[in-house]
Design a protein around this ligand. Structure first.
Ligand code: NAD
Length: 440
């Protein structure tokens, strides 16, 4: 099928490359000319495992192209996907400027019937609003469908090719039939397709993200109690995760959730609930616990090292999760800001996200390896669970450091091993055996 994708960010690029790889002819469009230039030169402006190879292959086999001209991009296309950003306004509301603009642009440039499939995460009612907007803009029949995206950065290609479910919400039989045909190769591989109303599809996306975020906040809230009473959050997770009704996934204590989706989507859900005069306190609490928890790691470090002024502190991991370069709402942003406020000298290391972080904190030092970051540091704080941190020679790390302190916000190390190596160690929700730390 012939498709166009509007918006060449994390979702747009993965969607374009994966649909092209299924044999479709795809044009990926963006208003950001610099981004499109990079893509036309054969480079990829974001880091997502496997994406560069997939784009290269599909460009060279002439199923995938990039452009900034929307009229060219959508001519003769059966489906146009909207994958533009829906950032959060200060009030918590989703900012629909890009979605409304892009939908209007598509309507103005459409010459023949098409399905406008909305992958951007949008508040309940937006698809109906878009249907009205396109009808007011053009006489060309444009059928609107909600097709929320569930991919996880870092595993986005696998998630696209093997989705837990595909959700299509539309009142249009033509859109239902067209998207059914497009997704047929995945449905034939037994991937579930839920066809429903636009409102339900929009809400499925918010409900999924709020449910996942609630599990993270739930475990992080309990981790504080674990530390007070000497319990181990990893075993608590195991103990509840073995209950079939709960299941083992998404129960890790962590520095808090970040990224471009969970924080803004939970806040947007609060706003949607309140705009319908409903009690949103459950969803507000998810966000409040997370914000509070993200700010708690400085105090964790200060318990072992009260005076941080002038001390070198290594931050291992800047991305909000491993296998991405995305730092949006990353807990590392909060920590670095706090460290700078108390006068610490920050040296940061991340395998992929340093370039993005440099735009936010140009004045801190960026190391080429975790060992370089640890050199002469008074503490290392692990903020992202990149695999590289799991396999380091920690004896060597210890020998490089000025003071042997590791704050493990991802619980990737065995506390006993670290204490044996002579580290002072603090993890989220875990007791530290035999610590001879300053806080004793
Ligand atoms: P992004 O910021 O990486 O990319 C958005 C792109 O849209 C940018 O390149 C921007 O230049 C482009 N754009 C803006 N206005 C445009 C216009 N009028 N015409 C053409 N291009 C335009 O965003 P993203 O992370 O890919 O997210 C896109 C949407 O998908 C958001 O609603 C997000 O909530 C949702 N989503 C994101 C993820 C994720 O993991 N990133 C997962 C699921 C859903």
């Amino acid at each position: 099928m012939r498709l166009a994708v509007v918006g060449s960010g994390y979702v747009g690029l993965v969607t374009s490359a994966c649909f092209a790889d299924l044999g479709n002819d795809v044009v990926c469009h963006d208003i950001d000319a610099e981004k499109i230039d990079i893509l036309k030169r054969g480079q990829v402006p974001i880091y997502e495992p496997g994406l560069e190879e997939l784009i290269k292959r599909n460009v060279s086999e002439q199923r995938l192209a990039f452009g900034t001209q929307l009229d060219d991009a959508i001519v003769g296309r059966e489906v146009v996907f909207l994958c533009v950003g829906t950032p959060q306004r200060r009030s918590g509301k989703a900012d629909l400027t890009y979605v409304l603009q892009a939908a209007e642009d598509v309507a103005r440039n459409a010459r023949e019937t098409l399905v406008l499939a909305v992958k951007s995460t949008v508040p309940v009612g937006t698809n109906t609003r878009l249907r009205r907007l396109v009808a007011e803009t053009t006489n060309v029949p444009i059928e609107v469908a909600s097709n929320p995206e569930f991919l996880r950065e870092g595993a986005a290609i696998k998630d696209f090719q093997n989705p837990d479910r595909i959700v299509v919400g539309t009142a249009s039989p033509h859109a239902r039939e067209t998207l059914g045909r497009l997704y047929a190769p995945l449905v034939r591989m037994n991937r579930p397709l839920l066809v429903t109303t636009p409102e339900t599809a929009e809400l499925v996306k918010y409900a999924a993200n709020a449910m996942l975020a609630s599990r993270i906040s739930f475990m992080n809230a309990l981790s504080g109690l674990c530390e007070r009473v000497g319990a181990d959050i990893k075993d608590v997770a195991k103990g509840i995760g073995l209950d079939d009704r709960i299941g083992p996934r998404f129960l890790q204590a962590s520095p808090g959730y970040g990224g471009s989706c969970f924080p803004k989507d939970v806040r947007s859900l609060v706003d949607i609930m309140e705009s319908h005069q409903l009690n949103a306190s459950l969803f507000r609490a998810i966000d409040q616990v997370n914000e509070h928890h993200k700010k708690s790691h400085l105090a964790r470090l200060q318990r072992l090292l009260p005076d941080l002024a002038g001390r070198r502190v290594a931050v291992w991991g800047l991305a909000f999760k491993p296998r991405t370069d995305d730092i949006r709402e990353s807990p590392a942003l909060t920590l670095i800001e706090q460290l700078l406020e108390v006068g610490a000298r920050v040296v940061a290391y991340d395998p992929e996200a340093a370039t993005n972080m440099r735009l936010v904190f140009p004045g801190i030092e960026y190391a080429h390896t975790p060992y370089d970051a640890a050199q002469d540091a008074s503490a290392v704080v692990v903020m992202t669970e990149w695999d590289v941190f799991r396999t380091l020679d920690l004896g060597r790390v210890r020998s490089l450091m000025r003071e042997p302190i590791i704050i493990d916000c991802r619980n990737i190390y065995d506390p006993e091993d670290l204490v044996r190596l002579g580290f002072e160690y603090s993890a989220v929700g875990r007791p530290t055996p035999g610590r001879v730390g300053r806080d004793k």
